[in-house]
Design a protein around this ligand. Structure first.
Ligand code: EPZ
Length: 421
C-alpha cells in the first residue's frame, strides 16, 4: 500500500492541464468491442481503471497498443471471448459495461459482478431491466451476470428507467447499437460522458440521437467501422483542482476544460467568494480571501455532481459561517470522509441526507485514510490547506481516477510526495 505525505499551507498557483474524462474512458474502451476495425482513442487518461480495462480487452483477444501515453490503438475485430477475466473485472466498477458491449456485439456475455468504490449500495437492477427489455435472458447471481438471447432474439425496445442512472444508460446504449430496431431510453442520464460515448459510437457509424437529454434514441445498425476519437476533458478532475485552488487560497489556471460542463461547480465556488474567469477551453480560479458559507444539493447533471460532494465539503469546512450539503444520489457517501475531516479539526454534523458544516479558521494535519476515489481527493485538498503535515493512506483509490496527481500538484507549488508503506 502507499500513502501521500502532504505539507500544507501553500496557496496553489500556476497552471494545471486536465486529463481525459475517466468516466467517459471507462465507457468508450469497452465500446470498442462493438467496432469491427481499428479504433484510435486520444486523450485517454493514464490511470489504473483504464489500464485494468485495457488488460481485460487484451485478455479477450483484442489488439491493444499505446501509440503515446494518452493515445491507444484498439482492435477488437478478433475478440471471440464473451467471458472477461473475473479477477480483473472485480478490480473496478465500470467493468460491467462489458455486459452491454458483449451482448450487443456477440449476443451473449458472462461477466463477474464489479468491484470499485463501495461508498454506497450500488445496484444494477436498471441495467438488468434494460437487458431483459432488449430480449435477453438474464441470469444474475451474487457472483456474475449471464446474458444470452431470449427465445425471440434480441430486438430494440423502449426502456423507461426508474432512476436516472449513468451506468444503466451506458450499458443499454452499448447493448442496443447493433441490435435490430429502435431502442428508446427514457429518463436517461445526461452527463457529459454519456454524450461523449454517443459521439464516439456515432463516429464509428452508430445512429444515436438525444444523448444529453432525458430521452436517448438508438437505431440499430449492422456494424461499426474503426476510426479516431478524442475523449472529453474530465469534469470532476477539473472541479477537484478548482476546489483545491479555492481551499488553499490560490490562483490557478485550469486548462483543457469545457466551461459549460463546469457551470454548477463554478457557481458554487463563486458563491463562496472565489473569482471564476472562463475562457474557451480553460478556467482561472482566484480565491477571494475568507471563504463564505453556501448551500449545495447534489443532483444528476447538469446539477452539482455527487462526485464533487467531498471536495466542496472541504471548502465549506474552512468557510465563515454554517454551510449545508445535501446528497441526493448516494445517501451514504458522507461516511467515506467526514470522520477523517473531523480528525483534522472540521466540524460536520450529518443529519439524514444533509451535512451541516460549521466553518473553522483552519484544519490541522493528521493521518487519514482514503475510503474511495473522491473521498481520497478531498483528503488531499484538506492536507494541502491544513497547517502541518497530513498523511493520506490507501491512495490507490485516488490513483484510479487522477492521472499524474503528484506531478500536477507539485507544479502548482504543493509539497506532496508518495511513500510506499
Ligand atoms: C457513475 O456511477 C459514476 N461512475 C460515478 O462516479 C458517479 O458517482 C455516478 O455515475 C453518478 O453520477 C462511472 O461513471 C464509472 P448511477 P453509476 O447508476 O453509473 C441508483 C467516480 O467517482 N441505481 O448513475 O454506478 C444508484 O444506487 C464514480 O468517478 C439504481 O438504483 O451511478 C444511485 O443512487 C463514483 N439501480 C443512482 O441510481 C441501478 O441499476 C445513480 O447511480 C443503477 C443505479
Amino acid at each position: 500500500m502507499a500513502r501521500y505525505e502532504i505539507i500544507g499551507g501553500a496557496p496553489l498557483s500556476g497552471e494545471v492541464t486536465v486529463s481525459g474524462a475517466k468516466n467517459a474512458a471507462v465507457a468508450i474502451l469497452p465500446a470498442t468491442i462493438l467496432v469491427s476495425g481499428l479504433c484510435r482513442i486520444e486523450n485517454v487518461p493514464n490511470i489504473s481503471d483504464v489500464r485494468i480495462l485495457l488488460d481485460i480487452l487484451r485478455g479477450m483477444g483484442a489488439r491493444v497498443e499505446y501509440e503515446t501515453e494518452n493515445t491507444v490503438l484498439i482492435d477488437c475485430s478478433m475478440v471471440s471471448s464473451t467471458c472477461p477475466d473475473g479477477e480483473k473485472v472485480k478490480k473496478m466498477r465500470a467493468s460491467y459495461y462489458l455486459m452491454g458491449a458483449l451482448l450487443g456485439r456477440h449476443g451473449k456475455a458472462h461477466v463477474a459482478l464489479p468491484g470499485g468504490c463501495n461508498f454506497a449500495s450500488r445496484p444494477i437492477d436498471q441495467h438488468i431491466k434494460g437487458f431483459w427489455a432488449l430480449g435477453a435472458d438474464v441470469e444474475e447471481t451474487s457472483e456474475y451476470v449471464d446474458l444470452k438471447p431470449g427465445e425471440n432474439g434480441l430486438q430494440g425496445n423502449t426502456i423507461s428507467l426508474d432512476v436516472v442512472s449513468v451506468g444503466a444508460t451506458v450499458n443499454i446504449m452499448l447493448a442496443a447499437v447493433l441490435i435490430p430496431g429502435q431502442t428508446i431510453i427514457e429518463n436517461a442520464a445526461k452527463e457529459p460522458h454519456i454524450v461523449d460515448l454517443a459521439n464516439f459510437l456515432n463516429t464509428m457509424g452508430a445512429k444515436i440521437s438525444g444523448a444529453g437529454t432525458d430521452t436517448v434514441k438508438i437505431r440499430g445498425v449492422d456494424s461499426l467501422n474503426g476510426g479516431t476519437y478524442a475523449i472529453i476533458p474530465d469534469q470532476i478532475e477539473a472541479g477537484t483542482y478548482m476546489a483545491a485552488a479555492v481551499a488553499t487560497g490560490g490562483n490557478v489556471l485550469v486548462k483543457n476544460v469545457i466551461p459549460r460542463h463546469m457551470k454548477s461547480i463554478s457557481i458554487k465556488l463563486q458563491e463562496m467568494g472565489a473569482r471564476i474567469l472562463e475562457y474557451d477551453d480553460c478556467i482561472r480560479v482566484i480565491a477571494g480571501g475568507k471563504l463564505r458559507s453556501t448551500t449545495v444539493k447534489t443532483r444528476p447533471y447538469p446539477g452539482f455532481p455527487t462526485d464533487m460532494q467531498a471536495q466542496i465539503c472541504v471548502c465549506m469546512a474552512m468557510a465563515g459561517g454554517v454551510s449545508r450539503l445535501t446528497e441526493s444520489v448516494y445517501e451514504t457517501r458522507f461516511f467515506g470522509y467526514i470522520s477523517e475531516l473531523e480528525s483534522m479539526g472540521a466540524d460536520i454534523v450529518v443529519s439524514g441526507k444533509t451535512a451541516i458544516v460549521t466553518g473553522k479558521p483552519k484544519l490541522y494535519g493528521a493521518t487519514v485514510t482514503a475510503k474511495d476515489l473522491r473521498a481520497g481527493a478531498a483528503l488531499i485538498i484538506a492536507g494541502l490547506s491544513a497547517e502541518g503535515t497530513t498523511y493520506v493512506k490507501d491512495i490507490h483509490y485516488v490513483e484510479r481516477g487522477y492521472e499524474n496527481i503528484i506531478q500536477k500538484l507539485t507544479a502548482l507549488g504543493a509539497t506532496i510526495r508518495r511513500i510506499e508503506d
